[in-house]
Design a protein around this ligand. Structure first.
Ligand SMILES: [Zn+2]
Length: 256
């Protein structure tokens, strides 16, 4: 059976000189692995050019055992200019790796695909800074994957805003400084005191409609804290190392 679909290549592994396996987030089949080889319409130059985080239109052949083979493939957007900047390329790789870790294999994946494509586009076009995109992507992708923190109000007194609000990464909740004195938090949780603009930004990222997701700004000092909090929250919830994140952090230059 042939399935016509579109998808982003999240990762690839070489098999032979003229054959490799692609992990693809497809619009119609979810997250799949598909074999591609130099054959028929897939010439060697096309084969070599196909790599993460490219977005392609494709025909997939699927057999009874549900093994996928790429039959034809055509570029929609290859985000080619990202390759001129190693820092951005590493970050794009991290967005792909995080998506691969979060996306449910069979379920409706359009929401993940849309977030990933928009983030890659803004990164490539330099419409937003890498640090901004990293923070937004981390928190929003976790939120759509069942890890949405509850940032409505203090979990004890239900105040929306107190002088000092702490974020509890392990529980994904807020607690104000007054309540924290009366209600000790879990011993292994690490409360993070949030600056007001950082809390507002976190609320914005998880609750805002997708169309307006990237339409806010934050000064560099708060952006730095936001990125530290979202990354720490991600690592706490997923308990997983991301090689691409380690690489990105090694390559990263300080934001102005
Ligand atoms: Zn409180």
């Amino acid at each position: 059976m042939i399935i016509k679909t579109q998808g982003v290549i999240l990762s690839q592994r070489s098999y032979r000189d003229n054959e490799k396996y692609l992990t693809i987030l497809t619009k119609d089949c979810g997250l799949i692995e598909a074999r591609i080889r130099v054959f028929g319409q897939i010439k060697r130059t096309i084969f070599q050019s196909i790599c993460p985080p490219g977005y392609y239109k494709m025909d997939l052949f699927v057999n009874k055992q549900m093994y996928y083979t790429v039959d034809t493939i055509e570029k929609i957007e290859d985000f080619f200019t990202l390759r001129y900047d190693v820092e951005k390329l590493a970050l794009a790789g991290y967005f792909c790796e995080l998506t691969q870790a979060l996306v449910p294999a069979k379920e409706h994946v359009w929401v993940y695909l849309r977030l990933l494509l928009n983030t890659l586009y803004l990164l490539e076009q330099e419409k937003r800074s890498p640090l901004f995109l990293k923070a937004v992507f981390e928190l929003r992708s976790l939120s759509i994957s069942g890890f949405m923190p509850n940032l409505v109000c203090c979990r004890e007194c239900c105040e929306y805003e107190q002088k000092q609000m702490y974020f509890l990464p392990l529980e994904g909740e807020l607690i104000c400084s007054d309540c924290m004195q009366e209600h000790p938090v879990q011993r292994n949780d690490l409360p993070i005191l949030l600056n007001k603009p950082v809390l507002s930004a976190m609320r914005y990222i998880i609750y805002k409609d997708f169309d307006k997701l990237f339409d806010f700004s934050l000064s560099p000092v708060y952006l730095k804290q936001l990125s530290q909090v979202t990354e720490y929250y991600m690592l706490t919830r997923l308990e997983k190392e991301f090689n691409s994140l380690v690489m990105y952090k090694q390559l990263k230059t300080e934001e102005p």
